[in-house]
Design a protein around this ligand. Sequence first.
Ligand code: PMP
Length: 430
Amino acid sequence: RSRELIEKQQNIDSSAVAYPEDIPIAFDSGKGATVRDVDGNTFIDMFAGIGVLNVGHSNPYVLEAVHEQTDKFVHTVDFPTEARLDLIEKLDEIAPAGLQGNMRTVFGGPTGSDAVEAAIKLSKYNTGGDGLIAFRGAYHGATSGAMSVTSNKKFKEAYTPLLPDVVHAPYPYPFRMEKSPQEAVDHALEELQEIVEDPYGGLANPAGIIVEPIQGEGGVVTPPEGFLQGVRDIATDNDIPLVFDEIQSGLGRSGQWWASEWYDVTPDVMTSAKALGGTGFPLSATMYHEDLDTWGSGDHAGTYRGHVVGMRAGTRAIEYIQEHDLLAHARELGDYIKTRLEEVGESNPQLAEVRGKGLFIGAEFVDADGNPDGDVGDAIQDYCFEHGVLVWKAGRHGNILRLLPPLVLTRDLAETALDVIADAIEHATT
Ligand code: PMP
């Protein structure tokens, strides 16, 4: 049945759809951290729809509120609703310390890309600048502005000209740069400082700096201490708004509400999406310091700014994470998973580095010469799919195994999944 559905999809859907084609899986249902396909096979979900299902598939506590809401009404634009105001208040409650109590939230539309567009517009509007600084390896989305700050040329070369005056500074990636963590941070910050402050730096009129506190698509690149603080200092010294893109790293994924909290650094603007819509409803938000709240009424408009069902789901999901202490669970389970992967790496030099925080975990694979090995990434993914575990890849060479399981994943399921992943690694590298 899965094969039939995949064949049908290939015939009628866009050629742009993306899923691993070798193993036919068509989904039928999901619960917690497991999904079933239409042929009755059960899988442990270790990627959660790319980090969306933090409270698990079809979380009943979230869906209870969704059903109540859909029975009443589904759509308004910006008219006040309890759903909207409850979520804004909830986001303020869990905001990084420096934004709590002085934050504004704009709902820019359903996707993460919408939230990034809002952040770019807000930064330009407030500064009058037009240049943007982003980082190598960054992924910020698929709309024109978001593509401009994304660094991978593959995603954008067919659509130029995009936003002019975007410069990508180095992101500290000690493993790939072959530098110590401190050297990688120093190098990244020196380059950033030159772009911003040196007349020959290349950027005439900066409007904003946008950065992922942990890079997701780039390969779960977890910056060493000092980097985000250094970026914060350069932004402050030069009066440039600092945007943290927490679309993948936020809402508990890293074991803190926001990955920036690991580094104790507060942005001026913060984007969220993915897990924001609770158990998978599309919703994004851009949160910012109230000093930047200068837009006039209607200055950032859109039909789906107020998706009431997504908002209800989002508030419930945050409550669920709070009530079940899932941040602590994500930290503990993440440590277990990283330890298991590190144990595999001890006897297998092709597993060169394990990194990440909470349940935002990457394992980087290299070939015998130490070069990125995307074939291993593919082979691990295929083996896992065949053996009932869904995993995703990341990084420019597809050589990073990326684990983003629901935060509700139990220790038992994690152990089973890691047994399969360990076998997959042995299978793919020998
Ligand atoms: N920013 C980051 C950090 C992301 O990981 C993503 C999606 N992978 C986006 C932005 C874009 O989100 P969306 O795909 O919902 O537009």
